[in-house]
Design a protein. Structure first.
Length: 283
């Protein structure tokens, strides 16, 4: 397996067309000091079962929306949709002098699967004196069951014994697939995992503060992390041979936060199995 190290999140990628983004993205996500007066008051990611295609599968509806407390200079939302831990689609929308963003897409699926979408909601506030930012994360999951015994159906929370069994099966499949890919990457770069706290990208949505950091510093780290993910994962992945490929088919990133608080690593595999490591220094 080839492996690649990208240092710091500072390499600038040309804006390229990515599957499931209709228009070329104009703006880049940049972290600025968090604004004490403007916040994202509503952040929603929603997955639901759409049209059933009989024997040809089904559709998954995907909606992302957010609202800030005020209309601000720039609003931008990005969202990642994973099927059993593998990136299936991406969404992005931005607007100047806006307060609310709403976007939606429909993707085709087949067979029983666990879908998970993770979104980052960002805004820039410009005044005469400074530029600040506001941010939030949201996520949603959907279990779609496509079996021969019953019509295709979906659920978010397992209630019946049958749903609980399906949830356990699909969670196990997703987690095993991701764990194996993450371990291959860790071994490829000979990373001493005992020196790091580990988080999947999905787990960051619920993180209030990292070990050794307060809430404000944690949000700063997360904001800069998404700045890097946007440039070097969402917009395209630079591979070992220098080419830039779409992220579709790559694994959900694993975040390793150094226990000495000096840096974090972002690990994932591309669709062709290439191990990628991104490094973000923490000041």
């Amino acid at each position: 397996m080839r492996k690649l190290t990208l240092i710091a999140f500072t390499f600038f990628l040309l804006f390229i067309f990515i599957t499931n983004i209709e228009d070329e993205t104009k703006e880049s996500i940049i972290f600025f000091k968090l604004d004490p007066f403007v916040s994202v008051e509503k952040a929603v990611t929603q997955l639901s079962l759409g049209k059933i295609k009989n024997s040809d599968g089904y559709e998954v509806n995907w909606e992302v929306s957010s609202t800030t407390t005020d209309s601000i200079y720039l609003r931008q939302d990005i969202s990642l949709l994973f099927e059993e831990g593998i990136l299936k689609g991406v969404l992005s929308d931005w607007e100047d002098n806006s307060q609310t963003l709403t976007q939606a897409a429909t993707l085709s699926g087949e067979d029983s699967s666990r879908y998970m979408s993770i979104s980052f909601h960002h805004g820039e506030i410009h005044t005469e004196d400074e530029i600040t930012s506001t941010q939030a994360m949201s996520k949603d999951s959907l279990y779609v069951i496509d079996s021969s015994s019953k019509p295709i159906h979906a659920f978010k929370e397992a209630v019946t014994s049958e749903q609980k069994e399906w949830k356990d099966v699909l969670d196990t499949v997703s987690e095993q697939q991701l764990t194996q890919a993450w371990n291959r990457t860790i071994n490829s770069f000979e990373i001493p995992s005992r020196n790091y706290f580990s988080y999947s990208l999905a787990e960051l949505v619920d993180i209030e503060k990292f070990p050794n950091f307060n809430k404000d510093k944690t949000q700063e780290i997360i904001g800069k992390l998404w700045e890097g993910i946007y440039k070097e994962y969402f917009l395209g992945i630079k591979t070992y041979d220098g080419s830039i490929i779409p992220p579709i088919g790559s694994t959900m990133p694993l975040i390793l936060l150094a226990k000495d608080s000096s840096h974090l690593l972002v690990l994932f595999e591309t669709a062709n199995g290439e191990a990628i490591r991104l490094i973000q220094q923490i000041n």
